[in-house]
Design a protein around this ligand. Structure first.
Ligand code: UD1
Length: 417
């Protein structure tokens, strides 16, 4: 287990380059098992989840070369093998092997996926979708066994526009005879990123990025090539850091169309920045205003930026409210934020109030989940004194090179085992 130590309250200047999106990369890698033989994925972030996915790919006899943020994947000897718990449990995205291997072999065996402990996180929508395509899903001792003699394209309606289920059914539908239509699909940029990779392999997909996606099943796939979009959540996190501590902090690799709701909320609280192409320049904002935020599916305010934004709102004058509608347990970071001097209060199951402005002070805290950890990291950067963040491995799961990126712009930060 690693520990991040930060001496806070230093202004940050220089340049931060945003890495490839975790949530795209973790889907693109399992999707690569569908390519004819070889695929190339550019702009892959250096995060723990990628290391585990590579281990799963190697277990399936894929050859992987990983250099300069690029993955060269050779799946010509791909074999279908059960994915054991010690690998599947390391991250949520291991579930993308369900759709990909089902399409390729008509069978998958894997243990339950893992991921941050931020709510119940069932995968019933994925399972229902596989079943609607004709698969049989059994759960035997914490293992999913999914089999299909034949998958047949269907019209599937999602009760909720789940990101994971949209990608998983898109993958499985490639192995189905005929056309699959997903109604009420998720519209997050990750889905567009995966669809373009699959289209590049020769799959006919229409409507990715809208509520209705059509996928034509095919056995004829080519090699695939794609670039991971830049990470909108990492980007939003560094923009928040810039709003609190920036001195002409330059953030490169910004896709503003992926961050509209977040940028609107920043404007509402009084944060100013300039943006030119994919470069954003931001300095510390004084006199932040409070706001109301409701997390929603894309293009609404992303739940993954809710916890980092909470730390920003501890510095706003007045009372802010955050309503979390995606997960039922995503305020765990507030316990330690309060220990650092914030005043936050969970006023009902999914509503948090934040009173500010509050001076934060360094102390020992524990990162309980990835974005909650990011919220504490931001708090540590603005706090007086030294903060030690235990269990910081969870932060490394989503923030590529975070120590070096912050060190380079002037943060006093180190990581120890
Ligand atoms: C993905 C992201 C995660 C992000 C989330 C919402 C990855 C690896 N993770 O997670 O960072 O927070 O999107 O933007 O891409 N649900 C069900 N049944 C299902 C599937 C989901 O009830 O079968 C519920 C979940 O419990 C959750 C909500 O739907 O409350 C959203 O889940 P979903 O969109 O599927 O998120 P993930 O794909 O797990």
């Amino acid at each position: 287990m690693t520990k991040i130590t930060i001496e806070g309250n230093n202004l940050l200047s220089g340049e931060i380059k945003i890495s490839g999106a975790k949530n795209s990369a973790v889907a693109l890698i399992p999707a690569a098992v569908l390519s004819k033989e070889k695929s190339i994925i550019y702009n892959v972030p250096e995060i723990k989840d990628i290391e585990y996915l590579i281990k799963i790919m190697e277990l399936l006899d894929c050859k992987i070369e990983h250099k300069n943020n690029t993955l060269y994947i050779d799946s010509s000897n791909l074999k279908n093998k059960p994915i054991p718990e010690d690998l599947s449990v390391q991250m949520r995205a291991s579930y993308y092997f369900m759709g990909a291997l089902l399409a390729k072999f008509g069978k998958v065996e894997m243990s339950f996926p893992g991921g941050c402990n931020i709510g119940a996180r069932p995968i019933d929508i994925h399972i229902k979708g596989f079943e609607q395509l004709g698969a049989k899903v059994e759960i035997i001792k914490n293992r999913y066994i999914i089999t299909a003699d034949k998958l047949i394209g269907k019209k599937i309606y999602f009760d909720f526009p789940s990101v994971g289920a949209t990608i998983n059914i898109m993958l499985a539908a490639i192995g189905a005879e005929g056309t699959t239509i997903i109604e009420n699909a998720a519209m997050e940029p990750e889905i567009v990123n995966v669809a373009s990779f699959l289209i590049n392999m020769g799959v006919k997909i229409r409507g990715a990025g809208t509520k209705r996606i059509e996928i034509e099943g095919t056995r004829k796939l080519n090699n695939g090539i794609c670039e991971v979009f830049s990470d909108r959540i990492e980007c939003g996190t560094y923009i928040i850091i810039g709003a609190l501590l920036g001195k002409n902090l330059t953030i490169k690799g910004v896709i503003k169309e992926h961050l509209e709701a977040f940028l609107m909320k920043l404007k509402e609280v009084g944060v100013k920045y300039s943006i030119n192409g994919d470069t954003l320049i931001i300095s510390k904002t004084e006199n932040l205003k409070p706001t109301y935020i409701k997390t929603l599916v894309f293009p609404g305010f992303p739940t993954d930026l809710q916890q980092p934004f909470t730390t920003l709102l501890t510095q706003a004058t007045g009372m802010s409210i955050i309503e979390e509608t995606i997960y039922e347990n995503r305020f765990k970071n507030t316990y330690d934020l309060n220990r650092m001097g914030a005043i936050t209060n969970i006023i009902s199951l999914n509503k948090l109030e934040i009173k500010g402005p509050r001076k934060l002070h360094g102390t020992n805290v524990i990162a309980t989940d990835l974005r909650g950890g990011a919220s504490l990291l931001i708090a540590a950067l603005i706090a007086e004194g030294t903060t030690e963040i235990e269990n910081s491995d969870v932060i490394l799961r989503g923030y590529s090179d975070v120590i070096k990126k912050l060190e380079n712009v002037g943060a006093k930060i180190k990581i120890t085992e």
